[in-house]
Design a protein around this ligand. Sequence first.
Ligand SMILES: *[C@@H]1O[C@H](CO)[C@@H](O)[C@H](O)[C@H]1NC(C)=O
Ligand SMILES: *[C@@H]1O[C@H](CO)[C@@H](O)[C@H](O)[C@H]1NC(C)=O
Ligand SMILES: *[C@@H]1O[C@H](CO)[C@@H](O)[C@H](O)[C@H]1NC(C)=O
Ligand SMILES: *[C@@H]1O[C@H](CO)[C@@H](O)[C@H](O)[C@H]1NC(C)=O
Ligand SMILES: *[C@@H]1O[C@H](CO)[C@@H](O)[C@H](O)[C@H]1NC(C)=O
Length: 438
Amino acid sequence: MLFSILSFILYACVHCLHRRNTTTQKEPIPDLGLPEGVLRTWAQYAPYMPVARYPPPPLGCALQRHGARWPTKSAGEDYKAAVDKLQSVEEYHDENLDFLKDFKWDFDSDALLPFGADQSYAAGSAAFDRYSHLVGKENVPFIRTAGSTRVVDSASNWTAGFVGASDNTIKAEVNLVIPESGNITLDDSMCPNAGDGDAESDKWLAIYAPPITARLNAGAPGANLTDDDTHNLMTLCPFHSLIERAASPFCALFTNEEFEAYEYFADINKFYGNGYGQELGPVQGVGYVNELLARLTGQPVQDHTQTNRTLDSSPDTFPLDRSFYADFSHDNAMVGIYSALGLFQEPSPLDPKAPDASRKWIVSDMVPFSARMIVEKVECVQHLPAPRKIFVRLLVDDAIQPLKFCGGSNGMCTLSAFVLSQGYARSDGDGDFEKCFA
Ligand SMILES: *[C@@H]1O[C@H](CO)[C@@H](O)[C@H](O)[C@H]1NC(C)=O
Ligand SMILES: *[C@@H]1O[C@H](CO)[C@@H](O)[C@H](O)[C@H]1NC(C)=O
Ligand SMILES: *[C@@H]1O[C@H](CO)[C@@H](O)[C@H](O)[C@H]1NC(C)=O
Ligand SMILES: *[C@@H]1O[C@H](CO)[C@@H](O)[C@H](O)[C@H]1NC(C)=O
Ligand SMILES: *[C@@H]1O[C@H](CO)[C@@H](O)[C@H](O)[C@H]1NC(C)=O
């Protein structure tokens, strides 16, 4: 399970096409001694890398995922079991495995990694650079986070980055930590009947992993690795590299093509877990979308799903007068939110047996560690005194989303078309929320 940071910025800009350009800076690709192409096959364990160069216009709201973390406790146990099997072998027939003779498992679990804290800080700093015109001493960002420690740490590191970049002039702080046990729009914990994508991703595992498993077992006779072990060992490439901040020797056990197949496993798993392939996937993003609409329109939240009505009806815990909002959340919650909004739609459901190379549903582009969705409210006048028009623009990891569902042109919809397009959220998920419990 992963987390996401959701930062949300609202702002209006006049003459938005003439903005200063400090905001076009692209955050660097992390230097782990591995090619960017490889990092982009690491699915939800990829470090943050912008998908595109941020195109200058105007104003926004952003959604972001927590920074890189240690493996979760239970997943870490599975990874270790696979490593133990390899380490039980006396003699390797593949020199790429020799590092295991000295490898010691000393992994922590669940917590944010120093690398993740740094990427969160950098994201906060970049957000200030990009949106400093939206904030001021009397207009500080409103920041919420889901309650898991790694998400809270991501939010506070992000906030420290934001405040630091402002030379301490903007006294932002984390305003609200929302427990994940109650009503929450920043976690996917409120739909007990939702299924997961394991059956579908296992179909793909059974196709892509056997040749790799056979090769590993030939290199480590007697290890008896299974396909699940193989997938877990591949997962150690991203995790161990992010922990060491350098290419892990686990990466060299696999080819780039194999990592592309690894990426597809997560694409499938999330598509059928919280995405369009899961009947109760998109509904899990509805509460957040309704909060987003409230912020974009300045109207009280109208929602009967995951929102905490007590929190959302108070200006102390859900203000509507800010120009910048940041929320921090988990990756699966973000996938549900993307799907509720209508982002990353595919012409047909992902095929668990064959990747379509032209698909847009690629988890390392959607929810890498420190992933971010930014929603910008753009107010433009073309020729004064022409009436002002308000638009919405939406970026995921700096890639402008086409917003076809609201007739987007150049990635912008009018605010009213955007609001109209969100009928699924505005109807509380067309009855799907009830199916979460019925
Ligand atoms: C903005 O971009 C232009 C052209 O790329 C450049 O000449 C100018 O120095 C930049 N301004 C700032 C403030 O960076
Ligand atoms: C940043 O995250 C780390 C955990 O990785 C945490 O210990 C630290 O307190 C956080 N820093 C700030 C400024 O919140
Ligand atoms: C809603 O938020 C209030 C205020 O933080 C809290 O006391 C309450 O337990 C929350 N309710 C639910 C159902 O999460
Ligand atoms: C692998 O299987 C063989 C034959 O069943 C067994 O002797 C050996 O102990 C197994 N190795 C591991 C690491 O479980
Ligand atoms: C929590 O959500 C449920 C389901 O929508 C709702 O019945 C309940 O009133 C909510 N509680 C609060 C405090 O918002």
